[in-house]
Design a protein around this ligand. Structure first.
Ligand SMILES: [Zn+2]
Length: 287
């Protein structure tokens, strides 16, 4: 082979576009919504005179050839799980209108899921996990222990005892922004899970760094609405007394989220319909 053709080949290799393997995009799969409730019942700084519904979403993430879900939204068995385990006194507040479960939407699109990461194990995040019996479901050890110890209305036995392929996900002591423990899932800085304990002991957030200018931080239920960060407020009482495992630690988590704010970073609480509406829903992709 002549030297010129070897050089041409080398140059061709150098000029090839980066493999699609590092491309990152995501889509919000809306599975259910709640009836609008006064904002003051959701956050302490909210108004009694205007209300908004809450979303239950699964987040579909595509990193190169890999696809996974972050949370599952409400699944195919949601109504049965609710009927079986949700205490009567809180049903009017927790009630929902079921849309298409994530499994159904993904099946219709021919998309397979092998991994699920959970922000935490509360019923409205775990509900769809049993619909993916082939997938590995990841949560921190302390979160899985918490799930075994807690009870309705936060954790539902019909979900906790369902056949799910649980796997433990240790988040090492590695600082990422204001967060003390983190895991760079693919080692390229694009998908980074961070510990935000408080709402539950093993609650996790997820950074999706689509590009240096467009970054997204999913914060689970550490906050319910982005206005909590701007207003220096918190979930409304008594909601926080019912849902937050450790109120003081949850407040510390909100402070970390506040510190994480940066130009180009979008905060995405798990139930903030206003933020979700602005991003659009599956099959719309953010890329
Ligand atoms: Zn929760």
């Amino acid at each position: 082979m002549r030297l010129s053709s070897i050089l041409a080949g080398a140059l061709l290799c150098l000029s090839l576009p980066a493999l699609a393997d590092d491309k990152l995009r995501f889509s919000l799969i809306r599975t259910a919504t709640t009836k609008p409730v006064p904002q003051a019942m959701v956050t302490a700084s909210g108004s009694w005179f205007s209300g908004d519904p809450s979303n239950h979403v699964a987040v579909l993430v595509e990193h190169g050839q890999q696809r996974f879900l972050f949370d599952t939204g409400l699944g195919k068995q949601a109504e049965q799980q609710f009927k079986q385990d949700m205490p009567y006194w809180i049903r009017p507040v927790m009630d929902f209108q079921l849309g298409k479960p994530a499994r159904q939407q993904l099946d219709e699109a021919g998309i397979e899921i092998q991994q699920i990461y959970l922000s935490h194990t509360h019923w409205d995040h775990l509900s769809g996990a049993p619909d993916f019996p082939e997938a590995k479901v990841y949560a921190q050890a302390e979160e899985q222990l918490y799930m075994r110890m807690d009870s309705p209305p936060r954790v539902l036995p019909s979900q906790a005892n369902a056949p799910i392929r649980w796997h433990q996900l240790p988040l090492p002591e590695k600082t990422y922004g204001p967060f003390q423990r983190s895991l760079d899932l693919y080692g390229d800085g694009k998908v980074v899970l961070v510990a935000i304990p408080g709402h539950t002991p093993g609650s996790m957030g997820m950074y999706l760094n689509v590009s240096p200018e467009r970054r997204y931080l999913f914060v689970g239920d550490a906050i319910w609405r982005v206005r909590e960060v701007a207003d220096h407020s918190y979930k409304a009482w008594p909601a926080r007394a019912i849902v937050d495992h450790d109120c003081q630690q949850t407040r510390a988590g909100i402070e970390m989220i506040r510190q994480a704010q940066a130009p180009g970073l979008t905060l995405i609480p798990a139930h903030d319909t206003g933020v979700h509406d602005a991003l659009g829903y599956f099959p719309n992709w953010i890329e």
